[in-house]
Design a binder for this molecule. Structure first.
Ligand code: TXA
Ligand code: MG
Length: 323
């Protein structure tokens, strides 16, 4: 199917991808159409290994090689130069290209069997929550794509870290479970103190233009979704009692929460960052599926690590309380 220019959804360790032959312009256009993705938002090219990345990219230099050796296969995407075999449509016309080698066994086997790189955004409609199971993909894209390869539930649960290596110093465009601290540590020997200058770009800054997937609101449920600060639930509840006494709400928290009352459903999330991340999108989907009036997410504190990525995704999925 990939050889025929069709789209195939497949599991990666982060989220499910909607794959197409990265060298086939018609197939790439089909991805944008099926996802209703804005033409300006570039795709990630998945490769089987570092050698294939070097073959299809340009400017895959020492820094990229060090990061690939340390984090591939795995949830790190690097923006480098786009080679001639990858059509401009993959990168929304930009001369760069995002490349990643996934570690999920099914993705690896698909890449090995196909032989060419596979362009794949997350397998959801543009702006929605990314899918972490085959059933999620079916719910999002059923009837619009011919094949979903079920590789089970994704272990990571949030999208890969994206780092732009075409600028000096490199900039993390999207935080993930490969943290900026881990990247700095990997590059310290090569870059010395310059490694400390690697930062995560702010959501509101130029990153929006540079990496359109960084748009502030993204990865969002359909139900109106708000975030509130830790320990502020009583304020939210008081506001609801006063202004929206009829509202049915779903509340996501990892706090030691009191049992839910009428018209309120509680989803209790793990205090372990990796587990929280693994189940975040699944829980957002569950919260979204019941047609309640509001989803309310307690913002977990910034404890570094994977919490940076979690807080980033919650910010994109929600608006700040109060409405
Ligand atoms: O974990 C993941 O990365 C998943 C799985 C399927 O690999 N893929 C994924 O793709 O999240 P997508 O399309 O949903 O997000 C790709 C992100 C977007 O924020 C996009 O703007 C950015 O990568 N990106 C892609 N190419 C880029 C480029 N040339 N320069 C800057 N940002 C780029
Ligand atoms: Mg996406």
């Amino acid at each position: 199917m990939l050889r025929a220019g069709e789209l195939v959804a497949f599991a990666t360790e982060t989220v499910y991808g909607l794959g197409a032959d990265a060298t086939n312009v018609a197939a790439i256009r089909r991805i944008y159409k099926v996802k209703r993705r804005p033409a300006g938002n570039p795709l990630i090219v998945h490769v089987r290994d570092r050698r294939q990345a070097e073959e299809y990219a340009t400017g895959f230099g020492d820094v990229a090689r060090i990061l690939a050796r340390r984090f591939w296969p795995g949830p790190l995407t690097m923006v480098v130069g786009r080679g001639r075999k990858i059509p401009a449509e993959v990168s929304a016309g930009m001369p760069t290209m995002a490349v990643r080698c996934p570690s999920h066994r099914a993705a690896q086997r698909l890449l090995a069997a196909f032989g060419e790189p596979i362009a794949a955004p997350s397998a959801n409609l543009s702006g929605h929550v990314s899918p972490t199971t085959a059933a999620d993909v079916l719910a999002e894209l059923g009837g619009r794509i011919p094949l979903i390869l079920d590789g089970g539930a994704c272990a990571v649960g949030v999208e890969s870290t994206v780092i732009d290596l075409t600028v000096d110093p490199p900039v993390v465009l999207r935080p993930g479970i490969v943290t900026v601290e881990m990247i700095r540590a990997a590059l310290r020997r090569k870059l010395g103190t310059k490694a400390e200058a690697i930062q995560t770009s702010s959501v509101s800054g130029n990153a929006a233009a540079k990496s359109p997937g960084m748009l502030r609101r993204h990865y969002a449920p359909v139900t109106p979704t708000y975030r509130y600060g830790q320990g502020e639930w009583h304020l939210v509840r008081a506001w609801l009692n006063r202004y929206r006494p009829q509202a049915w709400v779903v509340r996501l928290t990892c706090d030691d929460a009191r049992p839910a009352r009428g018209q309120e459903v509680l989803i209790h999330l793990s205090e372990h960052g990796e587990q929280y991340a693994r189940h975040l999108y699944k829980n957002l989907r569950i919260a979204d599926s019941h047609g309640y009036d509001l989803i309310l997410i307690e913002m977990p504190p910034d404890r570094g690590d994977v919490w940076t990525a979690i807080r980033d995704r919650i910010r994109r999925a929600s608006r700040e309380w109060p409405p």
